[in-house]
Design a protein around this ligand. Structure first.
Ligand code: SF4
Ligand code: SF4
Length: 365
């Protein structure tokens, strides 16, 4: 849930969600300017045994940038013990059902798995009944997700996936093989971004047409995910009471897509996927840019605006990117035209020119 800051709005949303049968609540030490765990704790007061609570925090690597600035040292087991205690305090509980490494990368896995490190701290907490299951959330490549699963250390995996196959940090990553791999291993799969970061709340004519019997795109988006036997549950960043009502209704009334419907959906996906790939494939080979320009993300906004016609959404995302701090900003106007990115682009894109076009498109009124 992307809870509103005002507790008088947030807490009734959580209580209504419980009433409607929603029983998996995903939070994090850092969500909603660090207030999410407190709000979830308040909202679930009196319902602790009726729900599953999942929280998480990052494994940091010395020298990497985080939202708190430059990381000064690798995360340790002691850090995780302290973070866990703080989470229990904020959530008003003495145990969580799931604890996940937040945004784990294969690169940072050795830090997580170091002897006496974060994973050992979580395992110790699990042995003491403070954690039910240990997992990870990740935006890494499918190949790396599978390698992380193959350590055999994780019981849940949270990844970005939706019917548009877009909206995540990694534009065109097809995570379906990782989901299937997890299913075979008996690992629970939780899907973030089921509505593509809000794109699916905006009518997309072609998508709306493909399943005539489906009343809304949101319904179709959830049906697509829930029809996959490898997916345990989607999590939706609900911001309003009406989102809670709509999502719960869709989930309680849902019927899986028939084989014919799934074929239509797959046709839609492959058509739009290939349109997207004709331009920037989102491979990220052009990264990092010395100026921090987030080229794949900017081209994703441009693609989505042009291909799906969701112009307002794309502009809002770009404006949000520009409004972030120096670490997260990365908008096209930071480009100093050095040309380094173009030497690395397998698509041979004129990145500098395209960035100018994207900036104009995404900032036009
Ligand atoms: S040309 Fe611009 S976007 Fe490309 S690497 Fe240089 S500063 Fe970054
Ligand atoms: S290297 Fe080229 S294709 Fe790959 S993300 Fe960058 S701009 Fe897109």
């Amino acid at each position: 849930m992307r809870l509103p800051p005002d507790n008088s709005l947030a807490i009734p949303m959580i209580r209504r969600a419980v009433e409607l049968g929603i029983n998996y609540f995903e939070t994090s030490t850092s969500y909603c300017q660090n207030r999410s765990e407190i709000q979830v704790g308040l909202g679930l007061k009196g319902h602790r045994d009726d729900v599953y609570i999942s929280t998480k925090s990052h494994v940091n690597k010395k020298g990497q940038m985080s939202f708190a600035g430059m990381v000064e040292r690798d995360s340790t087991g002691e850090d995780f013990k302290n973070i866990l205690e703080e989470s229990f305090h904020k959530l008003g509980t003495d145990h969580v059902d799931f604890y996940q490494f937040h945004g784990l990368t294969y690169e940072n896995l050795p830090i997580a798995m170091a002897e006496g490190g974060p994973l050992d701290a979580l395992k110790d907490a699990k042995d003491h009944g403070q954690i039910g299951h240990i997992g990870f959330t990740s935006h890494d490549t499918t190949e790396n997700l599978i390698k992380m699963l193959d350590t055999g250390e994780f019981e849940s995996m949270t990844v970005y996936h939706n019917i548009l196959q877009t909206g995540g940090h990694r534009l065109h990553e097809n995570v379906l093989p990782a989901i299937e791999h997890a299913r075979k291993m008996g690992v629970g799969v939780i899907i973030m971004g089921p509505l593509g970061g809000g794109i699916l709340g905006i009518p997309i004519e072609e998508l709306h047409k493909i399943i005539p019997g489906t009343s809304s795109q949101v319904e179709l988006a959830f049906k697509y995910l829930l029809s996959n036997p490898g997916i345990t549950t989607p999590i939706s960043g609900m911001t309003r009471m009406s989102d809670v009502e709509e999502n719960a209704k869709v989930a309680s009334e849902y019927k899986p897509l028939s084989a014919k419907e799934m074929t239509q959906v797959k046709k839609f996906i492959s058509k739009y996927f290939s349109l997207m790939e004709r331009f920037c494939t989102g491979c990220s080979y052009c990264q990092p840019c010395p100026q921090g320009v987030r080229i794949p993300e900017i081209f994703r906004f441009m693609n989505i605006s042009n291909i799906y016609g969701v112009k307002t959404w794309a502009k809002e995302q770009y404006a949000r990117m520009r409004a972030r701090g120096p670490f997260g900003r990365g908008s096209a106007d930071l480009c100093i035209q050095c040309g380094e990115c173009e030497k690395k682009c397998p698509q041979k894109l004129s990145i500098r020119d395209e960035l100018k076009k994207a900036h104009t498109l995404l900032t036009s009124s």
